[in-house]
Design a protein around this ligand. Structure first.
Ligand code: ADP
Length: 298
């Protein structure tokens, strides 16, 4: 079973001709509200692939929280670990301008109140998990508590997004640490100077920080996999016509956790994740873009 510990946000999206300058008001398109947040997205993506998935997260007692819970239930995610209250549901306020560029303000809300004691109280969910995956849109001390409470046979997958300096005990538990190219540089720049130029060297430098394995996602170029006790391998991308890359990283991380839980070796799991990530970029949005295993040919 897969346990995703992470964020749940309502994405509030408005199209604008251009973003307002300080003190200015501009008119935008109709508001669209979508379920999002890296934790919620990864749980939906994994469940849609067929993984038995539970989400441990915190939402507000409000309409956005109910929207998020409905989306999780519709995908078949076990929401018994989703806590309510402590603040409004997290939101991402997103403006998309005429050239398609995003400007985003995230208000973490309830996500910031997912505490180490919440993890403590979720012991039964943790105890049955074969793979526990987390991201960094929740407090770092909460992620550290997840690591302390991992079941003996549990495997920990950390998508270090958004990137933050990671304590050694969290790094040491990662198997793998999953980052995109930007996050790889950010994690390394906090620890190593200068950051190596090639992704192969970056993967080795990340391994030197302590994780058992590392996956660097490379967008339309696939992914690089490196294991502490093995070679690094490049996993090619599946060529597709990209329509909307939103959620590609979440689809990849979820598929990776699913296949690792099914017993695949890391390079095979990353190859499956590349298929799932590629399909996610051929469709609009985050959660609606996640494929089933059959659609991904898995
Ligand atoms: P993020 O969305 O976190 O920035 P990436 O852009 O690296 O992450 O994308 C994650 C994964 O999604 C990639 O490793 C790849 O497998 C897949 N992917 C992303 N963009 C494309 C693309 N244009 N063509 C094919 N696969 C893609």
């Amino acid at each position: 079973d897969l346990l995703v510990v992470g964020s749940a946000n309502a994405d509030l999206v408005v199209g604008v001709e251009r973003r307002p300058a300080a003190g200015e008001t501009v008119l935008g398109s109709d508001l669209a509200v979508h379920p999002g947040g890296k934790g919620a997205n990864q749980a939906v993506a994994a469940a849609r692939l067929g993984a038995r998935t539970a989400l441990l997260a915190r939402v507000g007692d409000d309409a956005h929280g109910r929207l998020l819970l409905d989306a999780q239930r519709a995908a078949g995610v076990d929401v018994s670990g989703v806590l309510t209250g402590g603040g409004p549901t997290g939101v991402a306020m997103i403006t998309v301008d005429a050239s398609g560029d995003n400007g985003i303000v995230v208000s973490p809300g309830a996500n910031a109140r997912l505490s180490p004691s919440d993890i403590n109280a979720a012991e039964p969910l943790l105890a049955t998990a074969r793979v526990v995956s987390a991201q960094l849109e929740i407090p770092l001390e909460t992620v550290a508590e997840v690591v302390r409470r991992l079941p003996p046979a549990g495997r920990f997958v950390l998508n270090a997004s958004p990137p933050a300096p990671l304590p050694p005990e969290v790094l040491a538990a990662c198997d793998p640490l999953v980052v995109n190219e930007h996050e790889a540089r950010a994690v390394l720049s906090g620890a190593r100077d200068p950051v190596p130029a090639s992704v192969e060297h970056q993967a080795r430098a990340l391994l030197a920080l302590g994780p058992r394995s590392v996956v660097i996602t490379l967008g339309g170029r696939g992914a690089l996999v490196a294991e502490a006790d093995g070679e690094s391998a490049h996993v090619p991308a599946v060529p597709v016509r990209a329509v909307d890359t939103t959620g590609a990283g979440d689809a990849f991380a979820a598929a990776l956790a699913w296949r690792l839980g099914a017993g695949d070796p890391l390079p095979a799991a990353a190859a499956a994740a590349c298929r799932v990530g590629a399909l996610a970029v051929t469709r609009e949005g985050a959660q609606p873009s996640f494929p089933t295993a059959t659609e991904a040919g898995l």
